[in-house]
Design a protein around this ligand. Structure first.
Ligand SMILES: Nc1ncnc2c1ncn2[C@@H]1O[C@H](COP(=O)(O)OP(=O)(O)O)[C@@H](O)[C@H]1O
Ligand SMILES: [Mg+2]
Length: 354
């Protein structure tokens, strides 16, 4: 039977955690062998939150990964619900601590996944307090051994992309422009290659041919498949900035009217167009019609970047994602949605080559 939540016991655990880590919270990543726990904020500041995308699990049947994460945080008395929507190999759970909710993100996985998890941890420890967008608050963390666990304040999911109003796209774009102008040290972990640029180093051309040759896009993409380096060059030309790196509606939450930006695993310096192309492209794939022209106008108001260069990079990012990423992702989509993306590829490929 589930044990009742004991506030006094939780407070004792958290006080002990706090004593174990005196001083301001700065960069506290440690060798793999040493589990380090950090209390960053006080749990009473949590508020209950409504969420439509949860799968209830009994506490006893909580996924083993969540239990390991909670134990690492000395929080093994929480109720656990698995959150749907995690695209990385992390386990993401809503945990109920008495009447308050938090979100637990646990990464075990291989070395690359841990690097991403630790980058997200670094983001919350070092940058979240100063970036010009709102983010979840890091409440506690454990890092070391086989696992990285983040306990974050819980927020409400935003509406699906297809239901977004024009003003919401514009507000997100304005915030993105501010984020991109934020200066980060040009050093590890903020200097890394975004997925869309990395895929162009050794593109899965066979996968792309297998998928796209079955579609009407086949005759529009020959020269792109022969010369993916032209896309890479456009991405290398800039404009550079601090990018979120996985900028799509599912990674946005809200607190009242305030957007809350989550999932910072692949944030870092990169071509700003990557975020814009992904925000637009993922929204489009999910059935939305984001007002692209107005988004660009909005973006350019305060960003001192050259419009033509931004547009060319956006096309390159969207083309690279469609050619080499979507063949895998498309399997999750209906035929109607696939046809829509095929038309988009044709349109982009033709303008790229014109
Ligand atoms: N702080 C949070 N509050 C509420 N829901 C969240 C929170 N963080 C993540 N989620 C939900 O869980 C999903 C997966 O979390 P995310 O951090 O994006 O993991 P992944 O890196 O695996 O994509 C998100 O798309 C969002 O729906
Ligand atoms: Mg995500």
């Amino acid at each position: 039977m589930a044990q009742p939540f004991c506030a006094a016991r939780l407070a004792t655990i958290l006080a002990a955690l706090a004593r174990a880590e005196p001083g301001p919270v700065r960069r506290q990543l440690t060798p793999e062998s040493c589990l380090r726990r950090t209390l960053v904020a006080h749990l009473p500041t949590l508020t209950p939150v409504a969420s439509a995308t949860v799968v209830r699990t009994d506490r006893e049947k909580a996924p083993a990964k969540a239990v390991r994460g909670l134990r690492a945080l000395s929080l093994d008395r929480a109720e656990v619900e698995e959150l749907v929507g995690s695209m990385s190999h992390a386990g993401v759970y809503r945990v109920r601590l008495g009447s308050a909710d938090a979100v637990l993100k646990v990464t075990e996985g291989d070395a690359r996944q841990r690097v991403d998890a630790r980058r997200e941890l670094s983001f919350y420890l070092e940058l979240a307090g100063s970036v010009p967008v709102s983010t979840p608050r890091l409440l506690a963390t454990a890092d070391g051994g086989q696992l990285t666990a983040l306990l974050l304040s819980a927020h409400t999911p935003v509406a699906p992309a297809a239901r977004w109003e024009r003003c919401e796209w514009l507000a997100a774009t304005r915030q993105l422009a501010r984020l991109h102008a934020f200066e980060v040290p040009r050093e590890d972990p903020w200097v890394h290659v975004p997925w869309v640029r990395g895929v162009l180093q050794d593109p899965p051309t066979d996968l792309a041919i297998d998928y796209w040759s079955q579609t009407v896009a086949a005759h529009h993409i020959d020269s792109l498949l022969r010369d993916p380096a032209s896309l890479a060059r456009a991405l290398d030309d800039g404009p550079m900035g601090f990018i979120h790196g996985d900028c799509h509606v599912d990674n946005l939450l809200r607190d009242g009217d305030q957007l809350i930006w989550a999932d910072w695993q692949v944030a870092g310096t990169g071509n700003r167009a990557v975020d814009l192309a992904f925000l637009y492209g993922r929204g489009y794939a999910d059935g939305a019609n984001p007002p692209l022209e107005h988004m660009l106008e909005e973006y350019l108001v305060d960003s001192h970047v050259e419009a033509a260069q931004l547009l060319r990079s956006m096309m390159a990012a969207e083309l690279a994602t469609l050619l080499f990423g979507w063949p895998t992702y498309m399997t999750y989509h209906t035929q109607e949605e696939r046809d829509r993306m095929t038309s988009r590829l044709v349109q982009l490929a033709d303008s790229w080559l014109s």
